[in-house]
Design a protein around this ligand. Structure first.
Ligand SMILES: Nc1nc2c(ncn2[C@@H]2O[C@H](COP(=O)(O)O)[C@@H](O)[C@H]2O)c(=O)[nH]1
Ligand SMILES: [Mg+2]
Length: 617
């Protein structure tokens, strides 16, 4: 028999998650007290009370405590925290946060538009004709992949199969996509060919590249400026954009007028305060420089912290600027301490709590805090540098900020009826196709058997009617309704209705083809339109094709333990939340009894879990 262990005495809970951070009360109330709290007659009623009833009681209690429904996550799917791998926030001791597009969210059109304009100016300086280049933010979405060999941008599914593609600013047709990518999978490790759009900073770069590909195709980029290859062009555009990030002009303009670029959100400051007051060490680790970081954080946080007598620096136990991620997670780089308000630095050997540094490494941070691995959660927006590397190299737990998730979830709700109708059409096609395949196989077997025995088509089976093939196929025989499913699967009946000959079979097959082609005339355009509420060219961020995950979603699953649209979505969950990943449904989890299959709505999916995190402690 398994002896129950008090969770307070165990290092991990029954799911293997650390119990660090558990609340240890000196005194425990009597069991009557528990019943009173939950409105139960006895403590054991917890086993029998229906879940729905308990949920209502929980809701009432929260409202009684003055916590209105709008301040906790239920019912706000676009602001929920989603979980790929179970994470117990209560046991996390250190929360590291990235700044740009994580702690500070920018108006993408304003920031990327400005970066685009500066990139264009840099291209002009390099000798390109740039007239007419204008920022079109909806040309790309995050998670797409640049094919630098062919001058294309593609959307791939989780296997790397290309589902949609554009060459320059031209959408490629379905057949063109198949011809180009039908025999190859996108492999992100082939960095010479593919570049993944990891962050919203990639938007300006990708849009500029697409427009420049058009120009290269028109012969409008002189060979003296760049070699006539899409790869060389990518390098040129990247260089033009890189300069906007590292040369001071763009950032100086933003510092002059942060209100034009930064989206303010008071809950961000309160969320960090909650985490800090729950005893967690907070770190800020950004690639931005000190002057820019100081200006952005002052602008977005100090106004909300003033009431607490605090400034942004007071939130953090350590700040690291110019961290040079990804190198920060790969190497031990020199460390400097920023010692004056105007950013003067001196080299130091070790990091320590309470200070502001430039450079250094994740290893130095762990050493300074004496905390490492999965006791640290890092929150960022860049899939590779913030999530993948922190996890692969240091086993830090990771949270990805995906602001577009808010629009995506709203678009998915609007597009639900479209997807239902599309799935129904596809299921109809599958049903007709199944009939077609069976009939085709029957014809093949009959022909083979006729050849083998030099005889004619077998005589009709006893009791079969002279109905046409198509009416026989659509009538509900005992086999089709599932009652004798097993019997049907063990005996092979090659017989045909009376009067059926090869010609009539062919006629029926031809009719079925016409039915399927007719279905295709609607399915094709509907597939192209799927997800247009999010982006008319690329569809949804998280999906590829009707039923599968996009490569972006796959990357999230691999590298981000949780993901959400904003850091302050954590505010609604408390710093002690237990984010539990949804149970994974497998292809064979569907109930495969024949009756269940017939009864199921055709558009029903095996996987109906929303994936929204449970957050009970
Ligand atoms: N050198 C480059 N810098 C870039 C690029 N894309 C963005 N950036 C800059 O990095 C930081 C991001 O900071 P973080 O807080 O998210 O770590 C910001 O200052 C950007 O301007 C790039 O392609 N090259
Ligand atoms: Mg960032």
């Amino acid at each position: 028999m398994v002896e129950p262990v008090d969770e307070d005495d165990a290092e991990v809970d029954f799911l293997g998650e650390p119990t660090t951070g558990n609340l240890h009360l000196v005194e425990r109330v009597s069991s009557e007290g528990v019943a009173n709290v939950l409105g139960l007659n006895s403590i054991d009623d917890i086993f029998t009370i229906p879940f729905r009833e308990l949920k209502e009681k929980q809701h009432e209690l929260l409202v009684d405590m003055g916590i209105p429904p709008s301040s906790y996550p239920r019912g706000l799917p676009h602001r929920a925290v989603y979980c790929s791998r179970t994470l117990n926030l209560r046991s996390i001791q250190v929360v590291g946060l990235d700044m740009d597009y994580t702690l500070i969210h920018y108006d993408v059109n304003a920031w990327e538009g400005k970066a685009f304009a500066e990139g264009v100016a840099n291209l002009q300086e390099m000798g390109c004709l740039v007239e007419g280049l204008t920022f079109q933010p909806d040309l790309v979405i995050r998670g797409l992949i640049v094919d630098k060999h062919l001058g294309n941008i593609v959307k791939a599914d989780r296997f790397g199969i290309v589902k949609r593609a554009m060459h320059g600013t031209r959408l490629m047709s379905w057949s063109e996509v198949r011809e180009t990518y039908g025999r190859e999978l996108v492999n992100l490790r082939n960095e010479g060919r593919y570049t993944f759009l990891n962050t919203l900073f990639s938007v300006s770069e990708a849009v500029l590249y697409m427009q420049m590909v058009d120009r290269m195709d028109q012969g409008a980029i002189p060979a003296q400026v760049v070699a006539q290859s899409y790869e060389a062009l990518w390098k040129l555009v990247s260089k033009a954009l890189y300069r906007t990030h590292v040369e001071g002009k763009l950032k100086a303009e933003i510092i002059q007028d942060p209100a034009a670029f930064v989206e303010l959100d008071p809950e961000m400051a309160y969320t960090l305060l909650d985490l800090k007051r729950a005893g967690k060490l907070l770190l800020l680790i950004t690639n931005s420089d000190y002057e820019y970081t100081n200006c952005m954080m002052k602008f977005a946080y100090d106004r909300y912290l003033a009431a607490e007598g605090m400034q942004w620096r007071d939130l953090f136990d350590m700040v690291i600027v110019q961290a040079r991620k990804p190198d920060f997670f790969n190497y031990n780089m020199s460390l400097y301490e920023v010692v004056t308000d105007d950013g003067l630095m001196r080299p130091v050997m070790k990091a320590r709590k309470g200070a502001l540094f430039c450079g250094g490494s994740a290893r130095m941070v762990e050493a300074a805090l004496g905390i490492e691995g999965d006791d640290i959660l890092y929150v960022g927006d860049h899939i590779y540098t913030d999530a993948a590397l922190a996890k692969i190299n240091f086993r830090w737990r990771t949270a990805l900020i995906v602001r577009e998730l808010e629009e995506e979830i709203e678009a998915l709700a609007v597009g639900k009826e479209h997807r239902r109708a599309l799935k129904e059409l596809m299921n109809k096609k599958e049903l007709v196709g199944d009939l077609f395949n069976n009939l085709r196989l029957t014809r093949q077997r009959l022909n083979d058997s006729a050849r083998a025995h030099s005889s004619t088509i077998p005589t009709p089976a006893k009791g079969s009617s002279s109905a046409t093939l198509s009416s026989r196929s659509s009538s509900g025989s005992a086999e089709e309704t599932g009652d004798s499913w097993q019997a049907a699967s063990t005996s092979l009946d090659l017989s045909l209705p009376a009067g059926a000959d090869e010609q009539s079979i062919n006629f029926t097959l031809a009719q079925l083809i016409m039915v399927m082609e007719r279905l295709d005339t609607q399915i094709g355009p509907m597939l192209e339109e799927d997800g247009k509420e999010f982006n008319k060219r690329w569809g949804y961020l998280s999906r590829a094709g009707l039923n599968d995950k996009s490569q972006f979603t796959r990357q999230i699953e691999k590298y981000a333990d949780i993901y959400t649209s904003r850091v302050c979505n954590l505010f609604r969950y408390t710093p002690y939340a237990y984010f539990r990943s949804p149970s994974q449904s497998l292809a064979h989890d569907r109930n495969i009894s024949p009756r269940a299959m017939l009864d199921a709505e055709p558009w029903e999916d095996g996987n109906c879990s929303s994936g929204e995190a449970s957050h009970s402690g």
